[in-house]
Every structure is written in C-alpha cells, then in structure tokens.
Design a binder for this molecule. Structure first.
Ligand code: SAM
Length: 438
C-alpha cells in the first residue's frame, strides 16, 4: 500500500439514487460505494471533482443495522446489483423514499395514498438480460457477464443469482463455448431471454461462423435447452441456427386469461411475477368500465393493452417500434381479442390525430426519458384517470408536475413495484385523476 494515501473517518448520511453512500466533507459531498446511511466508515479519496468527491471504502468502523452479507460472490465488482448489502426491507423503503423525494423536490406534491409495494421473488427473477462478452488475453479466456461497477470491462463471473433458472448458469457456459470458437474475439454481446417453456440466446457476431463454430453453438443449445440465434448486423439480421427447431417464447397473464408471444430481442418487462401484479394493479386503479375507451401509450407488445381490452369497450395501443406493434397485433389475434388496435409512431412528435378523440382512460409506460410531449397534450384529451408506470422517478416527477399544474389532475396514489431487487432501478406506478370542476 502507498504510504502517502490519506484516510478519513466519516459518517454516512445518505444514499445516492444509484446506491452509493454519501458523506458531507465540509463544502463537498463525497460518494462512497458500498457504504450505507448511519455507518461510520474509513475511506480514501479516489477522485476530487469541483462539485463532489469520489472515494473508496477502506473499512466499516460502525456498521448499519440494515447491513447484510451480500450472498453473491461477485457483489462489489459486478455493476448489476448496487444494494445487495442492504436488507431487503431497507431496499424497499429506500426505493419508496427516492420516489417520494423526487415528487416532492421536482413537482412539490405528495400523493393522497401510498400503495403497498408490489414485491416478487428476491432472487432468480430476471427473464431477460444483455450480457457483455470480452476475450481477455491475460486470462486467455472469454468473459461473459454484466459490466463491472467501476470500469467498462465485463465482470469475470460464472453465474448470476438474479437471472431466472437455468439462465443463471449461462455466463460460465457461454464463456466456455464461445472460447472454443473462432469468434472468441469477434462476439461482443449476448442477449438471453426466458419464456415459460422456451429459452433463447442471441449472439451478436462480427464475422460469419465456421461449420465448427456452428456445431459448438448447437451443442451449447442442446445441453442448455436453449434456442441459439446469431445476429450478424442490425436487428433485422437475427437468425436461428436451427430454424426448424426453435420454440415460441411466451408468457401468460393468468388474471386475464392471456398468453403473449415475444421475440428474443423484444422489449419485455423483466420480472414475470412483478409484471403480472403491476398489470392487475394498474387495471384496479383505473377502475375500467365496460364502455370505456382507453389509450395505452408506449404499449410494447400489448402487455397492458390486452388486459385492458378484456374489460374496456375499446383500446388503442401506440408504440414506436414497428416490430412490437406487429407482435401486439399478433397477440390480440392469438387471444381472440377484437376491440383493440395498434399504431406505430413516435410519441415525441406533438401532433397526433388520436389525441382529438374522446378517451376515458390513459396508460403511460414510457422509457426513462418520460412522456413529456404526450403529457403536454393531456389537457386536450382530458381522460378521467391516468395510470403512469415509470422506470425513472425524476421524469415521473417532471411529468406529474405538468399533469397537475397545467392539465388539472390530482395525484391520487403512488407505489413502487420492485421489478429489480438488489439493483438501484426503481419502478413505480402513479394514478392521476381529473380534478372535479376542471
Ligand atoms: C417501458 S417500455 C413499456 C412497454 C410495454 N408497455 C410493456 O409493458 O411491455 C417502453 C416502450 O416505449 C417504446 N418507446 C420508446 N420511445 C418511444 C417513442 N418516442 N414513441 C413511441 N414509443 C416509444 C419502446 O419501444 C418500449 O416498447
């Protein structure tokens, strides 16, 4: 250890939204990965910046009562999970606080009701992941996994406890198989997904595989009960290595007697149990009536649209990716639903003819950037209720402010849905209602 390294003993007073401990160092805040609020820790400053400093945790002098032993041996190095060292109850409270603080700071609002958090399994919940692949000369090995927390490198990991079984063992299996091929330095990424009976891996390849490579991938597919696809260039180039043998990826929403098909790189809510509960909660909050006309914006493959169509008079889903629109229409057909239609379009564009129609209810489930353009037109549509499903509290709060201040809505209820336990990702749902007399 260098002798000129300076150690500081500090009190951790807060946690950043991405799970780093925060200490006050006079004029500046210092961020300490691995430290928890209430702890006294010894640290060393790694990087001094104008607004804040970054530190390395050297020793925990007084641990938090909420500290637990992280069960995953890659915790700390792997960037996938940021708060595994926090008790699960504390993680849930932390995520609620993040939503509450964003709403209060950005929108100056508190909901009338906090909903019970939607919780699912704490481990082996993730049915979709994009894994990095990298050949490391020094190790003479291919690594397959999530990016490391502190670097852009791929974590050296054989398994992952948040991936659903048996995808959880795939990092090691993929690393061995890819390492045997001629593509080991020409294969940067793998996307894995699991339906209820079928699993798939899409390997992004920069060169064409040899016959030997194909035979290695076939063996991998057979041993891991996995349909293997290769992607040579853009998304339109994904091909199964054995097209006649591939199964259909699918999940069900039993509360609505629905089965939804998806393709191996489609957007998919990653946590099956939490998603099913979130869909049910959304419909319950909206109090859908049988003659209601409902807009489902950012509808993806119909995850909310089809359950809505089971209870409403008419549903229109709008989605930016044409592949997902086709999948949504196919899912409506599969489930014999004929009161739903879908259109493809960019919801960041302001002029939409459907906005001029009469809509009773709206579901918004935008990406992290939020739904600013849509929300700016909500006064014109004036639905009775809006359910906003969010994966980014700050943009939810920005859009909530617009709905309340400019479109005449009240924030009735908010709750989190813990779609990604042990990570810093915060998913939440907010219910807005048109204020009386507006
Ligand atoms: C969080 S996902 C939700 C998908 C769907 N509601 C579900 O539950 O599976 C957000 C969706 O918004 C779509 N999207 C992103 N930006 C968009 C835009 N500008 N216009 C329309 N759709 C967009 C994405 O393709 C994605 O399907």
């Amino acid at each position: 250890m260098r002798s000129d390294v300076e150690f500081l003993d500090v009190q951790i007073v807060d946690l950043t939204h991405d799970g780093q401990g925060v200490a006050d160092l006079g004029e500046r805040r210092v961020f300490v990965p691995g430290a928890l609020p209430g702890e006294r820790v010894r640290l060393t400053l790694r990087r001094r910046r104008r607004q804040y400093h970054e530190a390395d945790l050297i020793e925990i002098l007084e641990p938090s009562v909420e500290r637990v032993e992280p069960p995953c041996k890659y915790f700390g190095r792997c960037g996938g999970c940021a708060v595994q060292h926090f008790s699960y109850e504390a993680q849930v409270t932390f995520k609620q606080t993040i939503v509450q603080e964003a709403l209060s700071r950005i929108a100056g609002v508190e909901p009338e009701v906090w909903l019970e958090p939607i919780l699912g399994p704490q481990w082996n919940y993730r049915r979709r992941a994009r894994l990095g692949v990298r050949f490391v000369k020094g190790k003479d090995r291919v690594l397959v996994g999530f990016k490391e927390r502190a670097t852009r490198y791929v974590t050296d990991m054989a398994s992952c406890r948040v991936l659903v079984k048996p995808l959880d063992k795939l990092p090691g299996e993929l690393s061995d198989a890819i390492g045997e091929t001629s593509l080991r330095q020409r294969l940067p990424q793998v996307e894995v997904s699991a339906g209820e009976n079928v699993r798939a891996a899409v390997l992004r390849v920069l060169n064409d595989p040899t016959e030997d490579d194909l035979s290695i991938f076939r063996d991998l597919g057979r041993q891991q009960e996995l349909d293997v696809y290769l992607q040579r260039a853009g998304p339109g180039t994904i091909r199964a290595i054995d097209p006649s043998g591939v199964g259909q990826l699918a999940y069900s929403l039993p509360d609505f007697d629905l089965t939804l098909h998806f393709s191996p790189t489609d957007f998919l809510q990653v946590n099956a149990e939490v998603n099913a509960a979130l869909v049910t909660q959304t419909l319950r909050l909206l109090e859908v009536q049988k003659n209601d006309r409902v807009l489902d914006l950012y509808c993806g493959l119909g995850n909310f649209s089809l359950p809505l169509a089971r209870h409403a008079g008419e549903v229109l889903g709008v989605e930016g990716e044409s592949g997902l629109v086709a999948r949504a229409a196919g899912n409506a057909h599969l489930n014999k639903i004929d009161n739903v239609s879908f259109i493809a379009g960019d919801l960041n564009q302001l002029e939409w003819s459907f906005m001029r129609g009469a809509w009773d209810l709206v579901v918004l489930d935008p990406p992290r950037s939020g739904a600013q353009a849509v929300v700016s037109q909500m006064a014109q549509i004036a639905p009775r209720r809006i359910a906003y499903v969010s994966c980014h509290p700050a943009t939810l709060a920005r859009d909530a402010k617009e709905l309340i201040k400019s479109a005449g809505y009240q924030l009735i209820a908010v709750g989190i849905a813990d779609m990604f336990p042990h990570t810093h990702h915060v998913e939440s749902i907010a219910l807005f209602e048109k204020s009386k007399g507006i």
